[in-house]
Design a protein around this ligand. Structure first.
Ligand code: GLU
Length: 400
């Protein structure tokens, strides 16, 4: 049989590990296994009532959501996004400097597509979210991974200086960060902005976890200075903050010519994000839904629960993250130990063993550029977190 060849560019990427492991945990649960899935960064809360009501109103206004919108989003949504940036981040954007996308992942994808030429270097602080290097690979760029594990998961000015070359096109900033939950301080980000002065390097500031900061403050890179503003595209979305992962709306703001280029790319790929989701997003962005404060408090309690529980597990060290809803514990002390007939060779084997033998699903650190670690999402109920930690603890005590 003829084996049809794939494009070379898809050979450079792997399927998303976070999504694959989430699907795997769901499949095991569907088979009746009592799996606790701490895989995807996905809230277990319902989309706020006011947001759902706005979507229902839009649906009931016959003919409205049945149609296309402009590719970059409804004009009134672009205005609402611009107003959000002004209110929450002190950033002034004209609606033309703003666009809506099909999730913040899509915003990142469009931006990398709009900026990166073959061989261009993109600096990615590690641990990083799984999709960043893959997007760069897909578009022919070269990920330049800079390890931040010895500096509290924060990129330092010195490390940035060392990584910069004449081919550097883009720096990725993600605070609060996935998978570590690290929140980068104003001083830390300012030091990076100072290094970039006088260069041609753009910044992608992925602020999708903005509303989930528990210690410290959220800092928008673009708000640091005029220079930072002019080189930054700020990306955010409704998925994480408003329990709206399924609605698929992200958004981006930055220099007009970059947003125009991203809009052109989007107009030939997805066209507009789903119209009904745009109406829901407008509601979410216009006034913070009442539920948010309570959710934040719950996340703080869950973070404390999982961090202290994991630190009680023999051999596991877990730093306390300042934001997002992930913990990124260090499992290196387990490597080389045995669980029955199985030798724990690396974090992938540990992850697989925890899934099949302890029924707790996480994601191996190597997928985020940090072998030896595991990522668990604590966007799960207290009960699930308690049980998961107990199971990991029991598994640890069975190691030899
Ligand atoms: N961003 C979330 C995560 O890291 C959802 C899955 C994905 O898009 O990677 O779990």
């Amino acid at each position: 049989m003829t084996h049809l060849k794939l494009a070379e560019r898809v050979g450079r990427i792997q399927p998303s590990a976070t999504l694959a492991l989430t699907a795997r945990a769901k499949a095991l649960a569907a088979e009746g296994k009592d799996v606790i899935a701490l895989t995807a960064g996905e809230c277990d809360f319902e989309t706020p009532a006011a947001v759902r009501a706005a979507a229902i109103d839009a649906l009931n206004a016959r003919g409205v959501v049945d149609r296309y919108t402009p590719a970059s989003g409804l004009p009134q949504l672009r205005k609402a996004i611009a107003a959000k940036f002004k209110r929450d981040n002190g950033l002034e954007y004209a609606p033309e400097q703003v666009m809506a996308n099909c999730g913040a992942k899509h915003s990142c994808f469009n931006l990398v597509g709009a900026l990166v030429n073959d061989g261009d270097e993109v600096i990615i602080p590690a641990p990083y979210w799984v999709s960043y290097p893959e997007m760069v690979n897909f578009f022919g760029g070269k990920p330049v991974v800079v390890d931040t594990s010895s500096t509290g998961f924060v990129l330092t000015a010195e490390a940035l200086k060392k990584a910069l070359t004449p081919r550097t096109r883009l720096l990725l900033v993600n605070s609060p960060g996935n998978p570590t939950g690290a929140v980068w301080s104003r001083e830390a980000q300012q030091a990076l902005a100072d290094v970039l002065k006088g260069t041609e390097v753009a910044v992608l500031s992925d602020e999708i976890y903005e509303k989930l900061v528990y210690d410290g403050e959220h800092v928008s890179f673009a708000a640091l200075s005029e220079d930072a503003y002019n080189r930054t595209v700020t990306i955010n979305g409704v998925a994480k903050a408003y329990a709206m992962t399924g609605w698929r709306i992200g958004y981006a703001a930055g220099p007009r010519h970059i947003i125009d280029a991203m809009g052109a790319l989007q107009s030939h790929s997805t066209s507009n994000p789903a119209t009904v989701s745009q109406f829901a997003t407008m509601k979410a962005l216009t006034e913070d839904p009442a539920e948010l404060d309570g959710w934040r408090k719950k996340f703080i309690a869950r973070r404390d629960l999982i961090v202290s529980g994991l630190n009680d597990v023999p051999g596991v060290k877990c730093a306390k993250p300042g934001g997002a809803f992930y913990v990124f514990p260090d499992f290196r002390a387990w490597i080389g130990k045995r669980h029955g007939d199985l030798k724990l060779m690396d974090d992938s084997v540990i992850c697989e063993a925890l899934l099949t033998r302890a029924l707790v699903a996480g994601v191996p650190g190597r997928e985020f550029g940090a072998p030896g670690f595991l990522r668990f999402s604590y966007a799960a109920s207290d009960e699930e977190i308690r049980k998961a930690v107990e199971r990991i603890g029991k598994f640890a005590r069975e190691l030899s």
